[in-house]
Design a protein around this ligand. Structure first.
Ligand code: DX5
Ligand code: ZN
Length: 215
């Protein structure tokens, strides 16, 4: 069954505790939190105090998506807060190998996110150090954007690369994921789906999570 990681970016920020409780009681596997800095992406969202507030209540693994320059500065702090998976953007790391090592050294899983314009082949020599590749199927920065169809082909290629390298790397996809695109993504080889709008703007978010789980 596919891993479902609802993105809290689309939740009502005035009701963070309620949304976290809803996710705790739902069938979701992870909780996806989008940290942005207004530099790498043209938006600012959760800062660390807000992540901490969610972490205090969350009973599911926290899937942190860092859309920030110099993500290495915050790894110790994220470990203290209790993050389980930390995804950094390939485009923000001059020394990606070192950053991944420091995430692992703190006992967390390490992920690498790639923008729509970044090909999967750039990860070939680092794959064995990556627990999760986060394929961005929209340009990072905002929820509610339109899915970029080319992402399907990227997943196929990445799946093939993982098979070739013999690693246990998971493929997670983020942006414009709903029941329709989710099905295509799973067929192409996705292991985990991030969904913001599809879950939080649904009439019944918990039921939408079940629907995505059962795709
Ligand atoms: C976008 C974020 C996503 C976002 C997805 O930069 O990384 O996690 O919340 O939102 P939807 O599912 O609405 O595309
Ligand atoms: Zn995200």
């Amino acid at each position: 069954m596919v891993i479902v990681s609802p993105s809290m970016l689309s939740a009502d920020f005035g009701k963070l505790y309620e949304s976290t409780e809803m996710l705790n009681n739902s069938q979701c596997d992870w909780i996806h939190i989008d940290v942005m800095d207004g530099v790498f992406v043209p938006n600012i969202t959760f800062g660390l105090p807000a992540v901490e507030a969610v972490a205090r209540r969350a009973k599911k693994p926290l899937d942190l998506h860092l859309m920030i320059v110099h993500p290495e500065k915050f790894i110790d702090r994220l470990a203290e807060i209790g993050a389980d998976l930390v995804c950094v953007h390939y485009e923000t790391c001059n020394h990606l190998h070192r950053v991944l090592q420091s995430i692992h050294a703190k006992g967390m899983k390490a992920g690498v996110a790639i923008n729509p314009a970044t090909p999967v082949c750039v990860l070939e020599d680092i794959l064995e150090d990556v627990d999760v590749v986060l394929i961005m199927s929209v340009n990072p920065g905002f929820g509610g954007q339109k899915f970029i169809p080319r992402s399907i082909e990227k997943i196929r290629r990445l799946k093939e690369m993982i098979r070739r390298e013999g690693t246990n790397t998971l493929i997670e996809v983020d942006g414009g994921v709903n029941r329709e695109t989710g099905k295509l993504l799973i067929e192409a080889g996705a292991d985990a789906l991030v969904a913001g709008t599809a879950v939080f703007k649904a009439e019944n978010p918990a039921a939408e999570i079940v629907a995505l789980k059962n795709l």
